[in-house]
Ligand binder design. Sequence first.
Ligand SMILES: Nc1ncnc2c1ncn2[C@@H]1O[C@H](COP(=O)(O)OP(=O)(O)OP(=O)(O)O)[C@@H](O)[C@H]1O
Ligand SMILES: O=P(O)(O)OC[C@@]1(O)O[C@H](CO)[C@@H](O)[C@@H]1O
Length: 303
Amino acid sequence: MIYTVTLNPAMDYYVSLPTLHVGHVNRSTNDRKVAGGKGINVSKVLKRYGTHSTALGFIGGFTGDFIHEAVMQDDIDSNFIRIKGDTRINVKIKAEEESEINGFSPEITISDKATLEEQFKQLNKGDIVVLAGSIPPSLQANLYAEWTEQLNGQGVHVFVDTSGEALKQVIKAKPAFIKPNQHELAELTQSVITTKEDAIPHAKALVEQGVDYVLVSFAGDGALLATRDGIYSANAPKGELINSVGAGDATVAGFIHAHHEGASVEDAFRFGMASGSATAFSLGFGELAEVKRLEKEIEVSTI
Ligand SMILES: Nc1ncnc2c1ncn2[C@@H]1O[C@H](COP(=O)(O)OP(=O)(O)OP(=O)(O)O)[C@@H](O)[C@H]1O
Ligand SMILES: O=P(O)(O)OC[C@@]1(O)O[C@H](CO)[C@@H](O)[C@@H]1O
């Protein structure tokens, strides 16, 4: 079974306008509201590829109801824990360039956290857990690390997509997979990373520290995958960038889907890349047919 965990979901509020004037009243020409948060996005993309997952995490208030409703409509199983506050609203602005204002998280209490930990105790050997997104400030930054250690002990494979202190802490617990983008890897390693070559020694070092798969994404410039058996490089296909929000989540979901289906590491990497790019080239998440088309444009090479 695959479980995604979103501690900090969001109602993503997308607004489009030709130009954003900071310090002035701006009026959007288009908008849409979407249930978001990194783990929920992974569940949505997995569903698109026919892979079942259960979405876990915290939701509350009218925005929480919106998310629950949307997840049910997508026919995705969930076992969310209800919290007192309202799930946040994240504003995604599409003007000449993309800007994001991610809202402040509602409070998660010790008892909410304990309820989620009870759910984790029910997981079985061989299950996959995806810990994705930010950790709300009311919870400690080493929480993913604590849970990874516990879940590893249960024989569960832990995939993590996060940044900052949460990423730094979780490495010590040896998750199966991490997906920093180039900026997140630069922050983690306190180094300048502008090319895939710059990332190689750092990705290698993370594998030596016990992470099985380190996927470093470079948006339109492709990605690097470091594993115990070797290092792979992939290009990103060319296309028109429509929306980059969720492209990283689609990469994670694509990799998990293919890996779960028994694909080789190279093929799972290729499918993950095609999945990320199909989303970058679409208004919402990319369609499976588009992923399959893009797969043919991706070359995975060994370094
Ligand atoms: N301009 C682009 N052209 C082609 N593919 C892209 C482009 N931007 C993103 N992608 C695809 O999306 C994947 C993830 O992109 P990126 O490196 O920006 O990750 P991220 O920062 O985690 O994404 P997110 O915006 O979801 O947080 C890339 O590996 C690539 O497959
Ligand atoms: O604030 P976090 O938890 O880091 O990221 C949250 C978020 O930006 O990530 C998703 C896209 O990856 C969006 O659906 C959501 O709004």
